[in-house]
Design a protein. Structure first.
Length: 316
């Protein structure tokens, strides 16, 4: 598929979506700043560490999938450096480890930085110590989350006898469910299974077993069309990222149509709302950030993966 094939309607293409989305993220980098509540007991992780971790995860992939001279690479690298500085260059992970030794989210966020070569040996040593306990190994989690934890552990040199393949096969996607049982919760679960298996698009499609790839090739197109029709832009971006990670899962016309609709939903500022019509919130207001940041990051993520796989002159 050529770069022309995946151009969106009008004059805007996949590359334009990525540039505009990362531009909005850069303009709102202050919103990703960790406040004093980041280490508070029973703090609001979803409004502190979660956005920062997602910023790191997306930027780690963009820097891997773009050449160093690419302006997208430069912007993603700068945002990643900002995110790393927010963690005091990894020192806060050690503080969180001491405060919540059996919480897995610090390791999951840390892994995004480690994927980009940003590491804190002291935290990794502490995490490995806790990971040797039965309490850590027996933390109860759904299979999709556990698959992500197993992937995060590997970045800190933690290994366990639990086979990842068995965990993968216990997920919604791994069980090859009836396609009509697809709904939003299942959609987010299946996309994250693919993200974990492909190291968030950094390792290529080899980690996706042929049976899952064949299943996605058959059913991803109608699922994506359903989400686009429902104006679920956030989940649509995640499904487009899956399409870029599983070659052949979307044919060229479907790919072009999906990106046309997504590009039309993106605001002139570069923000993309999670759901609904493009003009229903103010992306520059306080309320707008919470409604736009994740879907905007995922737009940049999906577009960067798509451009890397199909664009002209991009790394493969």
């Amino acid at each position: 598929m050529s770069a022309v094939t995946v151009r969106a309607a009008g004059t805007r293409g996949v590359r334009d979506v990525a540039e505009a989305a990362l531009g909005w993220v850069a303009a709102h980098r202050a919103e990703f700043t960790l406040g004093e509540d980041a280490l508070a007991a029973y703090g609001q992780v979803d409004s502190t560490w979660k956005p920062l971790g997602e910023l790191a995860q997306v930027c780690a992939t963009v820097t891997r999938r773009t050449p160093p001279a690419d302006p997208l690479h430069t912007r993603a690298r700068d945002l990643l450096a900002h995110a790393w500085d927010q963690t005091e260059r990894g020192a806060l992970f050690l503080d969180m480890q001491r405060q919540e030794p059996f919480a897995t989210y610090p390791l999951e966020v840390y892994a995004a930085f480690a994927a980009a070569g940003l590491r804190h040996p002291g935290y990794e040593t502490a995490a490995a110590t806790v990971a040797r306990t039965r309490g850590w190994r027996l933390v109860e989690q759904g299979p999709t989350r556990r698959l992500g934890v197993l992937a995060a552990e590997r970045y800190s040199g933690i290994t366990r006898p639990e086979p990842a393949a068995a965990v993968r096969d216990g997920t919604w996607l791994g069980g090859l469910p009836e396609p009509w049982t697809f709904e939003a919760h299942a959609g987010y679960a299946l996309t994250h299974v693919v993200f974990h298996l492909t190291d968030w698009g950094r390792a290529g499609p080899a980690g996706v077993p042929p049976r899952l790839a064949a299943y996605l090739t058959q059913w991803l197109p109608p699922w994506l069309d359903t989400c686009l029709e429902a104006r679920m832009w956030d989940l649509s971006c995640e499904l487009l990222a899956v399409a870029a990670s599983v070659p052949g899962s979307l044919d060229p016309p479907a790919h072009q149509e999906a990106w046309s609709r997504l590009a039309a939903a993106q605001r002139p500022s570069g923000a993309l709302p999670e759901t609904g019509p493009a003009g229903d919130t103010d992306p520059d207001g306080t309320d707008g950030f919470g409604h736009c940041y994740h879907s905007t990051l995922l737009a940049a993520f999906a577009a960067a993966l798509t451009d890397a796989r199909h664009g002209q002159g991009a790394p493969g």
